[in-house]
Ligand binder design. Structure first.
Ligand SMILES: [Ca+2]
Ligand SMILES: [Ca+2]
Ligand SMILES: [Ca+2]
Length: 322
């Protein structure tokens, strides 16, 4: 099974290396990630004020890498104020043994030893005009300081983003770069994540996506989403699903639905489409989503869909559209 996963990654790296480094990914069409200060209100769209993003660097990449953050501060442009800018956000890069493979870093509750591994770099940002609307660069980082995880494509690093204090929403984007001053992609690298917290588009014409990979152990997927505010709908496109609807949440609540995996979907990606309400698109909508397999393990999603963006195949799909 492991060999198959490695083969899948090799295929992906060969075909899908372009635009692999921005997070949110190019094909995801998500404007910003978001993390609120730890005194924030969950009703604003962050269930627990921590976000974890993993980066994978091909094993044969030897030159330094940089993790760049756009608008790391919480203030001024791009951020969501509650009463006054009082929020501090800590960004920390981890590498080394256990940093990415520790199961506590791959759970939905961010409890236990999710800050496992070796802390490489850390910085806390408040409301700081110096960084407002600008890029901040972590690095240079030696790729050999990553955790060696062939099943995740190479040397891996973990970025933990925590709302250290305050109650505002910090919006930001990430880029894995081989240059400290500009965004220059690392060939074959990509990001993955087990739980995702982000800001939706304001416009009712936008469709955002996430791309979980279904390995051949997965029998069913339970998706859970938080604070969707009933803003449009969520549906699945895969080789055998042509718009199966997922249950969506209202304000400050979780909702879940479980979906069976067809044989044809094994070892392929799903395209989960987040389609905004056309009649009443909600502004400033922050949401959380994660997926579990039948064992309760979280499934990774990838900044670049493994095997490409899945398309429904009429010759495979047999079920009527629900
Ligand atoms: Ca800002
Ligand atoms: Ca920000
Ligand atoms: Ca929301």
């Amino acid at each position: 099974m492991k060999r198959f996963i490695i083969a899948s990654f090799a295929l992906m790296l060969g075909l899908q290396a372009v635009n692999a480094q921005p997070v949110p990914g190019t094909d995801e069409n998500i404007p910003y990630l978001i993390t609120f200060g730890k005194d924030g209100e969950t009703a604003w769209g962050d269930d627990n004020f921590v976000q974890i993003i993993f980066f994978s660097i091909p094993a044969d990449h030897n030159s330094p890498i940089f993790i760049r953050v756009f608008d790391p501060d919480c203030g001024g442009e791009n951020d969501e104020m509650k009463t006054s800018w009082n929020t501090k956000t800590r960004f920390t890069v981890y590498g080394g043994a256990g940093s990415c493979s520790n199961k506590d870093a791959q759970k939905c509750n961010e409890k236990g030893n999710y800050k496992s591994g070796t802390m490489l770099l850390t910085k806390t940002f408040g409301s700081e005009p110096t960084f407002d609307g600008k890029w901040y660069t972590f690095g240079p980082i030696n790729p050999s300081e990553g955790e060696n995880l062939p099943e995740f494509g190479g040397r891996t690093f973990k970025l933990v983003i925590e709302g250290a204090s305050g109650d505002d929403g910090n919006m930001y984007r990430l880029f894995l770069s081989r240059n400290g001053n500009n965004n220059v992609k690392v060939d074959g690298a990509f990001a993955y994540y087990f739980k995702y917290k982000f800001r939706m588009h304001d416009s009712g014409t936008e469709v955002s996506h996430i791309y979980p990979y279904i390995d051949n152990r997965v029998v069913s997927i339970k998706q859970s989403n938080f604070d969707w505010d009933s803003d449009g709908f969520l549906r699945i496109i895969s080789v055998s699903k042509n718009g199966v609807m997922m249950k969506t949440s209202n304000d400050n609540e979780w909702q879940s639905s479980t979906h069976k995996i067809d044989d044809a979907e094994k070892n392929s990606s799903w395209d989960i489409q987040m389609i905004k309400s056309k009649s009443k698109p909600l502004k400033n909508n922050n949401v959380v989503i994660y997926l579990e397999n039948q064992y309760g393990e979280l499934l990774p999603f990838y900044s670049v869909p493994i095997g490409g963006i899945p398309k429904y195949k009429y010759t495979i799909g047999v079920k009527p559209k629900k």
